[in-house]
Structures are given as C-alpha cells and as structure tokens.
Ligand binder design. Structure first.
Ligand SMILES: [Zn+2]
Ligand SMILES: [Zn+2]
Length: 321
C-alpha cells in the first residue's frame, strides 16, 4: 500500500469502522479488500489482507479522530470461541471515547429513563446475578425485560440517598419505567453498538468494548466500601493477565478471590508448574465457572443435593463446597 498520507481509502475505512463501533481482524478483511480493490483498480482478495494493513489503517484513523477525543483500541477478548463454537480472533477493535465517562457517552444517545434502565441492567449483572453461589454475570432476555419496570422502592431509596448526602438539589424527577418494547429495542441497540453480547443460549453479557469502557466505573460502583469499611469485590480480576474477569474459572473455595480466564489457565499453570490456585494455593478444580457456565454448575449442584436428600442422607447443613 502506498503511504502518501491520509487519503480516500483511509476515510472509507474510518466510515466503515464508525458504522460498526467494533471490528475484528476477520471482519476488517473484506472491508479493507473492497477499499484496496477500489483504490488500486484491480481485485484484492480478503486473504491478501494482513494484520499490518489493518494496523496501518487503524493508526491513520486514530490520528484523524484524536482531536475529537476518540480512539480505536484493540481489546483482548476473554474467550476465543464465538457463540456458534467457532474460533474467533482474540482481539477486537473498538471505538472508544478517551475523555468522558461511559455513562456520559450513553447520555448523548439515550434518554435519562433509558440510562436508568442500563443502570438496572448492570446492577442485575454485577449484583443480583453475581452471587457467592452463582457468579453468572449475565442476564437472560426474560430477566432483562423484567428490568423495564422501575422497582417500587427504587425512587424512594434514591431520594433518601440524595437527602442523606445533604444534597437538596432536585434531580429532575424519578426515573420512569420503560415499556417492554422500549426495553427490547434498548437491548438490541446495546448489542448493535457493541456494549453487550448475546450468547447462543440467549444470555446478555458485557462485551469486550463494554468491559473496557466501563472498567473504572464498574470497580468504583461495585467494589465499593460499605459503612464498616468492608470492600465489596463484585468485580473480579484474572490472576494471570490482571484484566477484568466475567467469564472464566474460579477457585474451589467460594470465598477465595482466585480467578483465571480459560485461555490464561494453561500458560499460567505451566509457568507455575503446579495446578494450584494463584491466591490460596489449594488444588485448582478446573470445573468451577464464572459466567454463563456457572448457571449450569449451580443447577447440577442443586440436582446432586436433591438426589442426596432422596437417598435419606440429608445432613441438613446446606453447606456447599
Ligand atoms: Zn486472564
Ligand atoms: Zn483460592
């Protein structure tokens, strides 16, 4: 490719990128092949597109958009399988705003009621469905739609919090519920814009872009200290790559913060030369999961417990491993 500054090809790439918000190398190949074909007046095949081509177009796009506080960043995925089980590239390129916080960004596209819905959705992912017993960190379509309605006590709690803070400014009224249709539309635009991903089984989770952009906010919000100074650890990190972890494996001890991504496990244990929890050093089970698979785990445990009870072996303590 000729490197004569920023040209129509660069502009075409940036336009294609902006239209999607996120792109993997595989998705970039046909886009760049079409652009190169048009530019060179001969057919360029997508197999001929290299990572270096993409890097150079991303770099050119970044110098063009940096005055607008935007940047295309490559983000490592937590899993390298698509929802259909096909191998996916470990990197996804995402358009991010380099200054304003993510909720401010959402505020440019969504109404306050819609943002309040997004907040309820994140609370569901990181609190309601992220418990000691089951760290699912996903919501089903059904659960998402149930969040359309503002819970009866939510507004009261919020106004109490405002008063407790000694802040007497009115917050422009309490959030209104969304209709089911509005909530459904919201969910699909959050998927289209690359904030959420939907799995084959229909569970919604935060996408690599969502996690990257919301990281600081999630930690501030869900790993907050309570009145007694205990720090909640709803958001957990991979002991190997230190990145946020919402899909992966956990230590057998539910109270241990030891977590590893599936794709970090093998390298980590090879380096460590033993398959032990990086934090508490007990044997790593390899079949205790964080993310959607935690739901299947929990169901199996419940079934096993019911079977034990049927056999008349109920010790009644209800302690789980
Ligand atoms: Zn990791
Ligand atoms: Zn542990």
């Amino acid at each position: 490719m000729d490197e004569d500054g920023y040209n129509d090809s660069n502009r075409a790439f940036l336009q294609a990128f902006m239209a999607r918000s996120t792109m993997t190398f595989d998705e970039a190949k046909p886009v760049l092949a079409a652009i190169f074909s048009a530019h060179e007046g001969r057919e360029v095949l997508q197999e001929d597109i290299s990572q270096a081509d993409l890097n150079s177009y991303v770099a050119a796009a970044n110098s063009a958009i940096s005055p607008f506080d935007l940047e295309i960043r490559s983000v490592k995925r937590q899993v390298t399988l698509n929802s259909d089980g096909q191998g996916a590239s470990p990197f996804v390129y995402a358009l991010v705003n380099t200054t304003s916080d993510p909720l401010t960004q959402l505020a440019t596209t969504y109404t306050p009621d819609e943002i309040a819905f997004v907040k309820r959705l994140l609370d569901a992912m990181f609190e309601t469905y992220n418990t000691r017993r089951c760290e699912a960190l996903v919501v089903s379509s059904m659960q998402a739609l149930q969040l359309a309605k503002v819970p009866a006590d939510a507004n009261r709690r919020e106004s109490a919090a405002v008063q407790a803070n000694g802040n007497t400014t009115t917050q422009g009224g309490a959030a209104q519920s969304l209709s089911m249709t509005q909530a459904e539309t919201m969910m699909s635009s959050l998927v289209d814009e690359g904030w959420l991903e939907k799995s084959a089984k229909g569970y919604y989770s935060l996408s690599p872009r969502g996690l990257m952009e919301l990281r600081g906010w999630l930690v501030d919000t869900y790993n907050d200290e309570d009145e007694e100074g205990h720090r909640a650890r709803r958001v957990k990190f991979c002991a190997a790559c230190k990145d946020i972890l919402t899909v992966g494996q956990r230590c057998a001890d539910r109270d241990c913060p030891g977590r590893l991504h599936d794709m970090c496990v093998r390298n980590f244990f090879r380096l460590q030369q033993s398959e032990r929890c990086p934090v508490c050093k007990i044997e790593w089970p390899g079949d205790r999961f964080v993310g959607e698979r935690a739901i299947a785990n929990t169901q199996q445990t419940a079934q096993a417990r019911r079977r034990t009870m049927d056999m008349g072996n109920n010790e009644g303590s209800g302690d789980e491993s």
